[in-house]
Design a protein around this ligand. Structure first.
Ligand SMILES: C[S@@+](CC[C@H](N)C(=O)[O-])C[C@H]1O[C@@H](n2cnc3c(N)ncnc32)[C@H](O)[C@@H]1O
Length: 233
């Protein structure tokens, strides 16, 4: 997958790109991530990307010209890319959405700052808006990283153990069962007997039951969905 990130703070991504599986994905060329700083599309000498809001009010708004010019330039590199704006008013991001995006060959991610982006630029060049949760961050860079991790780990070849994707939280609409590893006793606490039994059928059943219980107590919204109740009954 090729990803172009539009941001005025590309340096925020440096640790993210040079660590862990994202770094490996880039080295293996399963993944390519590059940046467009839309400040370089703003008018010199000051290259100002923001201005005061029409109608008054607090904060600054990102000007439409540099955003649209930057997207048009990014589109020349990635002509088939879907343009996604990270925004608190976007569609809530889910595992299902991550799965859908993981099949795309190219993505352009637009990171806002200040109070957000002039609506005319959004209307002209953005295909969809995604929110990573009901809270407001300072910019779209952390949401872009969250999206990249969730999406790219679903691309074949990026994770070391792809089987883990099949059984993890949200894969079947439920939360995952708790995990345990050595030692068998830690500060007086043991491990559920069934996990030491070697009986794989029983372990599978136990995990399914635990996932269901956890979902029921912590995420009644997920549990109450029809298909989840069917699986659990
Ligand atoms: C300070 S926020 C702007 C918030 C905006 N005034 C509002 O009330 O919705 C600046 C930028 O951070 C990003 N951002 C903040 N929270 C986000 C979230 N929950 N999901 C996705 N992007 C977010 C967006 O790109 C946004 O344009």
């Amino acid at each position: 997958m090729k990803i172009e990130i539009l941001t005025i703070f590309p340096e925020i991504f440096s640790g993210f790109l040079s660590s862990s599986l994202i770094k490996k994905g880039i080295q293996k060329e399963d993944l390519s991530i590059s940046f467009t700083n839309f400040r370089s599309f703003a008018e010199p000498p000051h290259n100002k990307v923001d201005d005061t809001p029409y109608g008054g009010g607090a904060g600054m708004v990102m000007k439409p010209e540099p955003i649209v010019a930057a997207i048009e330039s990014a589109k020349k590199k990635l002509p088939d890319a879907k343009v996604i704006l990270l925004s608190p008013s976007g569609e809530p991001f889910t595992q299902h959405k991550a799965k859908k995006l993981s099949s795309l060959p190219e993505l352009i991610l637009l990171c806002g700052r200040y109070e957000g982006i002039d609506q005319r630029a959004i209307d002209l060049v953005v295909d969809e808006e995604i929110s990573i949760g009901d809270y407001v961050l300072m910019g779209g860079e952390i949401p872009a990283m969250a999206l990249i991790e969730a999406v790219t780990r679903l691309i074949p070849g990026i994770l070391g153990n792809e089987e883990s994707i099949l059984h993890e939280s949200f894969a079947d609409g439920l939360l995952e069962a708790p995990h345990y590893t050595r030692p068998a006793e830690f500060r007086g606490a043991g491990v559920p007997e069934v996990l030491l039994s070697g009986d794989h059928k029983e372990i599978k059943l136990w995990r399914a039951e635990q996932g269901l219980k956890l979902t029921q107590s912590r995420r009644p919204d997920l549990y109450s969905k029809k298909d989840v109740q069917k699986k659990g009954s």
